[in-house]
Design a protein around this ligand. Structure first.
Ligand SMILES: [Cu+2]
Length: 192
């Protein structure tokens, strides 16, 4: 229900559904955050210079789930002619909320500590929700409309990989990868 802000309604031609708990037509899940939870601590990784972009479009966060490295720039932009108030709700990072009016410059933020996951809400539009996974390593991925994820470039070794969902909990699996080896991990979630 976006009726409280007609500007939000105008961007959509039909009903808008919550993305939490959403399922792809083939039974797989989008918006699963899959990341290397353990095993990469002995390595150090440079912070990517490319920012991660979080857009507000039609009073919906795009993307709904995103990953970012510690210290990497997050650019929050708005494609809407209405005012948003972005409000991340971390447990392990500094909490803030800031308004962003129509045509305002991007907000440039970063997170100082790793955290899985930081919910983001909008203080103007209570249905808006995003989740940010902040990691110390670059080994993360978010499943899309085909339900798959790819994590590339892992050095040979033993790892714990966790799959996080907003509504079906989390699961983890151990995996050992050798040099130039490709492994497949399958995670299955049941609606509670
Ligand atoms: Cu908003």
């Amino acid at each position: 229900m976006m009726d409280q802000d007609p500007v939000c309604v105008q961007k959509h031609s039909g009903a808008v559904y919550p993305e939490d708990g959403e399922m792809n037509s083939n039974g797989t899940l989008p918006n699963v955050f899959v990341y290397v939870k353990e095993g990469a601590e002995k390595y150090t990784f440079s912070t990517p210079s490319e920012p991660v972009v979080l857009d507000q479009n039609g009073c919906v966060y795009k993307p709904h789930v995103l990953g970012i490295q510690v210290g990497q720039d997050l650019h929050i932009i708005s494609s809407d002619p209405t005012t948003h108030n972005i409000h991340p709700m971390p447990k392990n990072n500094r909490e803030w909320n800031e308004s962003q009016g129509p045509g305002a410059a991007p907000l440039e933020k970063k997170f100082a500590r790793s955290e899985i996951m930081i919910p983001v809400k909008c203080n103007q539009h209570p249905w808006m929700r995003a989740y940010v996974g902040v990691t110390k390593n670059p080994f993360f991925s978010v499943t899309g409309s085909d339900g798959t994820f790819t994590i590339k470039g892992l050095p040979p070794g033993d790892y714990t990989v966790e799959a996080w969902t907003a509504t079906y909990g989390t699961q983890e699996q151990k995996v050992t990868v050798g040099s130039k080896e490709t492994k497949t991990l399958d995670f299955a979630f049941k609606p509670s």
